[in-house]
Ligand binder design. Structure first.
Ligand code: ADP
Length: 190
């Protein structure tokens, strides 16, 4: 039994996952008492532990070895006996065991112009921008998440278009963590 929930922050590249994770961690550390949440950047694991088999030039992305990656993720999360509190930052929910994650937050940026600008400013090629725009328009990440975490309330979609959405979303996640702790009898919720 975990003493803190694990949360997967997912969504198309550019929707604001890393920015939101940082805000969640900042709010959690300032809470009274502080919540010991930790950022798990899957991008960093892919790079640092070589969970990739090559580089796709067209899509400007590493070709992820999902089996190896998920072995590494499982080591970090230490399923069941771990203390939890991981805020996992990855564009996809594919490969994650349902039991590792208590809440999936799918960030959405339905304003295509806004997402286009964010992706273009990263220097992505047209193919990569288009691929990600299509994924966002069709709600690919959200569909994938709902298929796996079908229990009510385990997948939430949050709008991440304007700057104020970042703080609002982070506040919602921290409030959700407090409720989870209360419900699971994890002492004072501050
Ligand atoms: P991701 O981790 O999903 O790829 P990032 O957090 O790296 O996205 O954000 C990409 C860029 O878009 C950053 O420059 C960030 O400041 C900006 N951004 C993301 N979400 C928002 C938002 N809701 N409002 C304003 N800017 C945002």
């Amino acid at each position: 039994m975990r003493s803190l929930p694990n949360i997967l922050i997912a969504g198309t590249p550019g929707v604001g996952k890393t920015t939101t994770c940082n805000e969640i961690l900042s709010l959690a550390s300032q809470a009274s008492p502080p919540l010991n949440l930790k950022h798990l950047s899957i991008n960093d694991i892919v790079k640092e532990r070589t969970c990739h088999t090559g580089y796709d030039e067209e899509l400007q992305t590493l070709i992820v070895d999902e089996d190896k990656l998920m072995d590494e993720v499982e080591k970090e999360i230490a399923d069941g006996e771990g203390e939890g509190g991981w805020v996992i930052d990855w564009h996809s929910t594919a490969g994650f065991a349902v039991r590792w994650v208590d809440l999936v937050v799918v960030l959405r940026c339905e304003e295509t112009k806004v997402l286009f600008d964010r992706l273009s400013s990263r220097g992505y090629k047209d193919e990569k921008v288009q691929e990600n725009m299509d994924a966002e328009i069709f709600g690919v990440v959200s569909e994938e998440a709902k298929e796996a975490w079908d229990e009510e309330g385990q997948v939430v979609e949050l709008r991440s278009v304007a700057a104020e959405d970042i703080e609002e979303n982070a506040e919602r996640v921290v409030a959700w963590v407090r409720n989870w702790m209360k419900y699971h009898g994890q002492g004072s919720t501050g």
